[in-house]
Design a protein around this ligand. Structure first.
Ligand SMILES: [Ca+2]
Length: 320
């Protein structure tokens, strides 16, 4: 991860350079600045790194501040802890309060209030979607030579084919188009939500959704091996969003919680989903290593809105 961190600094230097160039005027950059940039380029050349790194953005769903091991030692998240210990922790990071608004903001780089999707979430059979006139992050990265892939929850509308991820900049999509689907039946209100690209899919139905995400991540990353294009992958797992459906192995990851007590049982189920999410993070990083992509990768991990407080009556889903 140290190399990922260094590459993040490197990317910032590349982005800053054109914006700063104008301020140098006729005199150009100072010798000290030129030396620093030359050093950065030489260092990347030694590592055989591209100036366009692979970018993996993992956005958990409803994971709270206290649901990671580096904030709460009782939570079993060794892979996320490792990211925090070896990467850069952004402690003043802000997101929208609900799923659709966060995803719309991330994929358009606009404030949620300027995406048209800023209050509540898109419901099943909604007649709207992320406005088609807005450019998306994967579209812009594709214009710059990236291969773009997405795993997990879309939740930005699916009322017609032009709203689907493969019409909004992603070359490949394996995930769910709706929000609160079953972890085992992959459906919402009896309608199959699992899509592979632009078609519903029941392949491997019955597998826990987060385990399927792990398999998808590995397969899609390994398929990118030796491809002459940087990879942008948006991983948007449902976990640990409700419903609290877990395998027995996931449930047993936090045995100190008493399963005969309803409140503790629900917390144990929720943390079981967090543990499965952590496995997905670990599998993704290992797949990057196995595919030879890791040394030129930036891995970003975030929650979409923190722990859900929609049922607490705080009005926290409000625009403000
Ligand atoms: Ca959410």
């Amino acid at each position: 991860m140290n190399q990922c961190k260094l590459l993040l600094f490197g990317l910032l230097a590349v982005l800053i350079l054109p914006a700063s160039a104008g301020s140098f005027g006729q005199y150009g950059p100072t010798k000290r600045r030129r030396d620093r940039m030359d050093h950065w380029w030489r260092r990347n050349e030694r590592r055989n790194c591209s100036s366009r790194p692979h970018i993996i953005f993992i956005m958990a769903d409803d994971q709270g501040w206290n649901d990671v091991g580096f904030h709460n030692p009782l939570v079993d998240t060794p892979n996320i802890n490792w990211l925090a210990e070896n990467g850069i922790e952004l402690t003043d990071y802000h997101t929208a309060p609900v799923c659709s608004a966060s995803r719309a903001a991330l994929l358009t780089s606009r404030y949620p209030s300027r995406t048209g999707i800023h209050q509540g979430v898109l419901l099943p059979r909604s007649k709207t979607c992320l406005p088609l006139e807005l450019s998306t992050l994967p579209e812009m990265l594709k214009d710059n030579g990236y291969t773009t892939k997405m795993i997990g929850k879309w939740h930005l509308g699916s009322c017609n084919a032009s709203c689907l991820p493969t019409s909004r900049g992603f070359d490949e999509f394996r995930g769910s188009i709706d929000a609160t689907i079953g972890y085992f039946n992959w459906s919402q209100n009896g309608v199959m939500s699992r899509f592979v690209n632009d078609q519903p899919s029941t392949a491997n139905l019955g597998t826990h959704l987060t385990i399927q995400h792990q398999r998808d991540a590995r397969e899609m990353i390994m398929a990118h091996k030796d491809v002459d294009s940087p990879l942008f992958m948006f991983i948007s797992p449902l976990a640990p969003h409700a419903p609290l459906e877990v395998t027995r192995e996931m449930f047993d990851r936090h045995p100190f919680l008493d399963e005969t007590d309803e409140q503790q049982r629900q917390r144990r189920e929720s943390l079981g989903l967090v543990a499965a999410l952590d496995d997905l993070v670990g599998e993704t990083i290992q797949a990057l290593r196995d595919a030879g992509l890791y040394d030129n990768s930036i891995v970003i991990f975030s929650s979409d809105n923190g722990g859900s407080s929609a049922r607490l009556g705080h009005g926290s889903e409000d625009f403000w």
